[in-house]
Design a protein. Structure first.
Lengths: 222, 297
């Protein structure tokens, strides 16, 4: 590990790494938004009265929790393109990350829903709220507030998983991809990947402090 | 539930077993090949160190026909690079063990000592020569462009501006493409198998590589076609870590013998000529001349 060369990376190629960091940020923001939506929908399906509907939710969770992210990326990107749908690489990356984490978020929300308890469902029902209002206005908001810490963990997990996207065939120019290109041109292996690690640490640190602030502000303690 | 006293050790034993099994795995080393003994080299030389070690560890591509790839039935590594590597191993009298390398980890593997020498379609450049020692060129490959048959836009390297071009991470062709087409959109992936996949689903418009690999791809997929002339000359060299006493001279002598005694031509005909239908003479330019030419540009 060469210290002068380590710092020279910042001056010579800092802008490329910064662009990579911006791409990673865009990827994670889009994918996490998608994952939250998918998670909420699947959570509702999992807790439905009808067994047939529950099975759909369970099926989704089983599939997307057990298929490795890289396999998912290949299946979505190459599979859809082979079938004729010209999905772009960024869209495929967001879809893969979002669908993958969506399964985990669904499970986290479901544990929150269980903690909210049947009493809230019955009370909201008794007040005459429709099913969708019960979920959207009463149950899910409380459930989400109960599981802020696990959701924060899943966000951090997603930030790290996004590095897989950068090394896959998707060739999205995110932080990991930029670091690999840089390493292959400068041969400063340790130094380049140390900067990549610092970049990811920055993102996860921001995510962690964000989750902590949300927790202090909004968390329900039972 | 009562637990037998000895059973309390089970979790620790199970964990230790798993860790030992995982630790002893390596990335699919190929079976070493035996060769009759050869006179030992003087002690203190890098050649003697390898003879004492008992094997020559060679970094080679596993997915780049016809230079380094796996024979489908036996899984043995074969190709032009493999032949050259075995020549070095025979000169030392030790078996060769192949380790898979891709363009982006060739130099790190040498620097970390994971492999002794790299025969992996590696182009000699002045920049790389700062980090590793190259042999004299053992093959000169023209870089060419591969597109789908129905592509009406790209007819040659100069049409690559604004097009999505697939190469491998760490390939010397990156600079070559940007020189003829500065506005080409490069997609860098791990290997040409991935490039081939991306081209077949129209995720990229063209693949750039040296001609033999691309011809191999057209033989596998009739949808692909080569367009335009060769636009760059890629001299392949065998790379080794720096500061190994006597090693560079030994490798160059062995490769020179391979070119002189007909085995180079035999390998060429078998791996390249059979695909391109062409013939060639072994390259005669030395490393020093090549680097001087590049520096003068």
């Amino acid at each position: 590990m060469n210290l002068p060369e380590f710092w020279s990376i910042l001056t010579d190629d800092g802008d490329a790494l910064l662009r990579g960091l911006q791409w990673t940020l865009a990827l994670v923001v889009a994918a996490f938004a998608l994952a939250m939506v998918i998670g909420a929908v699947i959570c509702v399906l999992r807790c439905h009265a009808r067994p047939g509907v529950r099975a759909i939710g369970t099926g989704y969770v089983e599939v997307f929790r057990n298929v490795p992210l890289l396999v998912l990326i290949f299946a979505i990107y190459l599979g859809l393109r082979h079938s004729g749908l010209a999905i772009g690489s960024f869209a495929a990356a967001v879809a893969s990350l979002g669908m993958y984490s969506g399964a985990y978020i669904a499970e986290a929300l479901r544990s929150g829903v269980i903690a909210v308890g049947a009493a809230q469902f019955e009370a909201a029902d008794a007040l005459g709220l429709s099913r969708s209002m019960v979920w959207a206005e009463v149950v899910l908001p409380q459930a989400a507030r109960l599981v802020i810490a696990p959701l924060g963990n899943l966000l951090i997990g997603m930030i790290k998983n996004s590095a897989i996207v950068g090394t896959s065939i998707l060739a999205v120019p995110d932080l990991m991809n930029q670091a690999r290109q840089l390493q292959s041109q400068t041969f400063l292996t340790t130094e380049t990947f140390l900067w990549a690690a610092i970049g990811y640490l920055l993102l996860t640190a921001v995510a962690t402090s964000g989750a902590n602030w949300l927790s202090r502000r909004f968390a329900l303690v039972r | 539930m009562t637990v037998r006293k000895w059973a309390r050790w089970l979790p620790a034993v199970a964990l230790a077993t798993v860790l030992i099994v995982i630790g002893s795995l390596d990335s699919a080393p190929t079976a070493a090949e035996r060769v009759p003994g050869v006179t030992p080299f003087p002690s203190g030389t890098a050649m003697r160190a390898i003879q004492d070690k008992g094997e020559l560890v060679v970094g080679i591509k596993f997915e780049s026909p016809p230079f380094g790839f796996k024979e489908p039935r036996t899984g043995a590594v074969i190709g032009f690079d493999a032949d050259a590597a075995r020549t070095i191993g025979n000169a030392l009298g030790v078996p060769v063990r192949f380790v898979e390398t891709i363009s982006s980890n060739r130099i790190p593997f040498l620097q970390s000592g994971r492999v002794d020498i790299v025969f992996a379609t590696m182009t000699i450049t002045g920049k790389r020569a700062e980090s590793v020692d190259f042999s004299d060129p053992y093959y000169i490959a023209p870089g060419r462009v591969l597109v789908k048959r129905d592509n009406s836009v790209i007819h040659g390297p100069s049409d690559l501006n604004g097009q999505r071009v697939c190469i491998t991470v760490g390939s010397s062709l990156r600079a070559a493409v940007l020189e003829v087409a500065p506005r080409a959109e490069l997609r860098e992936v791990d290997g040409y198998a991935a490039c081939s996949q991306l081209l077949s689903v129209n995720a990229v418009d063209a693949v750039v590589s040296e001609d033999v690999s691309l011809i191999g791809l057209t033989l596998q997929n009739s949808d692909f076609v080569l367009v335009g002339p060769g636009f760059t000359e890629e001299p392949f060299g065998a790379a080794s870590a720096k500061n190994r006493p006597g090693w560079q001279a030994f490798v160059n002598e062995t490769l020179a013998r391979m070119k002189a005694d007909g085995s180079w031509s035999r390998s060429y005909d078998r791996w390249v000529g059979s695909v391109t239908g062409g013939q060639a003479e072994p390259p005669t330019i030395t490393l020093a001349e090549l680097l001087a030419m590049e520096a003068a540009k």
